[in-house]
Design a protein around this ligand. Sequence first.
Ligand code: NAD
Length: 482
Amino acid sequence: MKLKNYIGGEFCAGEEVGVLEVPNPATGEQLAELPLSAASEAEKAVAAALSVAADWAVVPVVERARVMFRYRDLLERYKEDLAVLVTTENGKNLEDARGEVRRGIEVVEFACGMPTLMMGQTVPDVSRGIDSEVYRYPLGVVAGITPFNFPLMVPLWLYPIAIACGNTFILKPSERTPLSAVRQAELLAEAGLPAGVFNMVHGGKEVVDALLAHPDIQAISFVGSAPVAEYVYRTAAAHGKRVQALAGAKNHHIILRDAPLDRTIEILVASAYGNAGERCLAGSVAVVEEAIADELVSRLAAAARVLPMGSGLEPGKELGPVIRPEHRDRIVRFIEQGVAEGAVLVCDGRQAPLVQSPGFFLGATLFDHVRPEMTIAREEIFGPVLSVIRVQDLDEAIAIANLSRYGNAAVLYTQSGAAARKFRERIQAGMIGVNVGVPAPMAFYPFSGWKGSFYGDLHATGRDGVEFYTRKKVVTTRWFDS
Ligand code: NAD
């Protein structure tokens, strides 16, 4: 099956610069062929989106919201099929895929409230007999460029809000996980979204570059790795666009001596190794008080060694494959570097039996006695690798976490309110958890990475999303009595 772009309400073959295979990461079997579209396909999509932008912008907001209500019902109806699709193309287990679908549906539910969310502000009598009002308007044509790790949810962070605000949208999904995006296009059409309001172009850099430079695109939302986020931010901003670019991460989990170890290990293992570590909120560095470090490391290692590995479609499997063999090779190079730089390799995922299978598996890997300056403590690995740094106390732990150039998430494990408060006030990260391993904001909050984890001003989802996809007019009015 060769995938097609979705432009102006139709799936159509287009010009391409190459073709990519899309394998199932759990088996290596080919699922589809993906066209690496030429820049001309992006131009066609922009033309289609532009041709209906003015009409869609004046469809009453309650009608735009009704499309989202219908879309939400379809996502609910097909939620299990969608979860299976996510597992098949991405590798995460079905339970995580179901969670992904649920979190995505919640953004659509949020967008259903657009009549209220788009309200402006008014102040009567800003001067004698003069009133002042703010109206909110869509921007026009906007585009989203998304990563492989949440192929359903991350697009859903973006276009339901953009479209309900009255914009038309072009999605450039990940070339590694395009199937969930295709299904979203089909279901949007079934929900009655007019042709041209949502468009999708498959491909890589050619398509992205064409979107970043196109004069008819008003705003770019990007979610992906840090170097590409920085490039997208700079390039789109240089072309005068509004940009939000959500980037990579290196999340520190601080474990204090009063943390209940059973629960802590359960939460930490799920955060570090769930989704094979391919979450931007994954725990990547465990910063542990020395007093409990020996016990924590030995129990973490015991849990990591018996983590059930296998296809995410098989019940009970907790560690699925990583996305591609080349990505596994990259993770293995990090493991080699950790060893070379002197960290103690406690669990070596390279030895897991499934590594020899046709799927792209890598076992849970644990390093102890990692130092903050080591590569494995600084770089985003995006695989099932957890590094333990030992510290004397919370102050030292916070200082080490704050050295990171990233600031997506941070987590504290404790029973102490005072420690939690100090952590909340001092940690330099935008999404923080206390005894919560994956502190993902709900749809009505912003996905608010800090530092090198985000480029821009307004984050995705929540009110930030509405702000990002709208612009304001301030109207000053005077009426004469006679
Ligand atoms: P990626 O940066 O490789 O790809 C993301 C998108 O950018 C894809 O659509 C891809 O086609 C495009 N792209 C890739 N290289 C490009 C280039 N040179 N020029 C233009 N476009 C290019 O990211 P990925 O590997 O798909 O996803 C994993 C990354 O995403 C991780 O770093 C993860 O932390 C990050 N992520 C961040 C968040 C967040 O909210 N901060 C959420 C999910 C994923």
